[in-house]
Design a protein around this ligand. Sequence first.
Ligand SMILES: Cc1ncc(COP(=O)(O)O)c(C=O)c1O
Ligand SMILES: [Fe+2]
Length: 695
Amino acid sequence: MEHLYAFQDYAVYKDEDHGTWKELNSRQSGMRGASISDEYLKGFEQLALSDHRIVNIAELSERMAAISGWTLVPVHGLIPTRDFFYMLINKRYPVTVSIRKPWEIDFAEQPDIFHDVYGHLPLLTNEKFYRFLTAYSIIALKYVNNERAVEFLGRLYWYTYEMGVIRENGKLKPYGGAIITSREEMDNLANPAIPKHEFDVEKIFETPYNPFKLQNEYFIINSFDDLFNSLEDLETKLIAHLLLPEHDQALHNYSLNPRLSKGYNNVIGFLNDTQFRFPDAISFVAGQPDEQFFEIQDHLDKFDLYVDYLCAKQGTTDRKKVINKIGQYNKTKGIANEIIAEQLRKDENIHLTADNLLVTVGAQEAFAVIVSTICDRGKDVILVEDPSYIGLSNFCKIFDYDLEGVPVDEEGIGLAALKKKIMEVNSSGKRVKLLYVIPDYQNPTGACMPIGSRLKLLELANKYNFLIIEDSVYNSFTYLQKKHPTLKSLDRYQRVIYVGSYAKSLFPGLRIGLIGADQKIENEAGNIVPLIDEMVKVKAQITNNTPTINQAILAGVLLDLDCSLHEWNRKKFESYKYKRDVLLYALDRHIAAYRHEWSGQITWNSPDGGFFMKITLPFDVGDEDVVSCAENFGVMFSPMRYFYLKSGGLNEIRITFSNLSPQEIETGIERLARYFRTRIGQLNAEEKKTALQYH
Ligand SMILES: Cc1ncc(COP(=O)(O)O)c(C=O)c1O
Ligand SMILES: [Fe+2]
């Protein structure tokens, strides 16, 4: 520790330095007449400082030793926290040997001999105060390796020894050295607008300070006993504070994946916030299944059925053992694959083996697994319908995979545009590896691909050597007599990777989806390997395996229904169809009926399945319109532009009807019509104005 010590070479001070001391001293004595703590002044008198010469530290140290047992240590400036506390414990106080320069008279950033002596030494003659100080240091020393603790304890030092205020005879007077040695801080303290709190250690811990600015607040003690008494539970309070989460302590200079703030589409966040602000607005926003139909309690009970099934299969009656095996780390591919394969065969006419399936955490994880297994960043391109569901494209954006959009019309992806895009990409040095399509009742447009297009699409995939991700989540939700065949069921070239989800057919909280892939691929080493097994490697690194309890519940439900959800879900399909009809009827009465008045340019599609409808408007809509419509008309919609890769659909909106009651749909459309009518009225007024200008 010796290296910390300085030597006060008294001969080094120039006349100019003694002049600075004298000037500071005379300013100080002017202030002393004002209100400074009596306790401080008492100590100050005892120090008997010279008013025109810089104090000799060794001499002063001897005087102090005689008064209160403290000695002084000459130092060059701020010393390490740990050494500082050590000194205080030993009743030694560091005093800076240098003095500020003449131009720093009003404000010196670093402590100097004047600050240390005038600011801090008088109170070291006060036993109550210095007992507080040494006891504080003993505690503080235990926490020097903990930055937050040092920060909190530093605040206590700051709001007492530097910025402390004491109530004496009903008057507030400073005893803190940094107030007493600063004219401006004295004035600041006298300002009634600056808050002064009663001394409270916890509040002090929570109050940061800026040493280079005037204080925003002060803390008052009634006597130095307050300080000493606060030591009793100081450590308990400190620990409690250290255990609190570091709220409002933001990380700076700590960058995140820049793609999260660049083109990332946070519409879900925005729409949720808006819904939260206007809870009474009827929302055509969320693409949720109707929760009236959830039968969760019943499904949970089906867990046992799956256990029965396994017991029978394994020829055991030891249920506990079988259940524990379910709860153990398990196969990445999944444990319900055989049963799921059977359901796909019965409901979807898809013939995949259990081995061709990978059970995922929703369709969302399937997208992540497929893209990361197949695509080489920077070289491979993923094509998506534009607009499309953002689950896959947002994943690609965050993880920096190349995306390109292909326009969608009423009949799904435009095949001519697709072909053009493939040529364009493949001749650019990159390569189309994947195409993501939602052939049935697409989210967000409700578009549905006719069978002819499906067959043609498969041919294109074969011809241009890419694979298709078929997102089939709405395939069963048809309002026609018969479902469309999935791409996978038509896939003679093994070009389709099937993605399914039980989020809509059972309930989203189950978080079970699946990948069905029967392709074999020649890998880098020249070996022919099943594609699905390569995906298993990736999935293992993301989630290890899909929660087995959920898989067991799903398996139990499927077993109970003889591996077919179709009939069982019929009442849901019928209910969604009824809602779709209510929606169309409401649109007819509230909008189409006024074709000749104001609604002539508003059009919509009539989806034969799924949850979504597209409405085209004669005006553009964006974020502000969502908010103002929710606020003034009590109804919410999603602007279609949110679902475009870059831009598009400025004058289109998406309407979701799945989780609203027929009454809400009726009222919601009535409100929406009023909003449209108002907007069109304003448009017409604008048109008239422009017309007038030109005549
Ligand atoms: C087209 C489409 N695919 C996938 C999903 C999400 O499926 P999961 O909940 O299984 O991740 C949705 C949800 O809205 C969707 O609309
Ligand atoms: Fe200080």
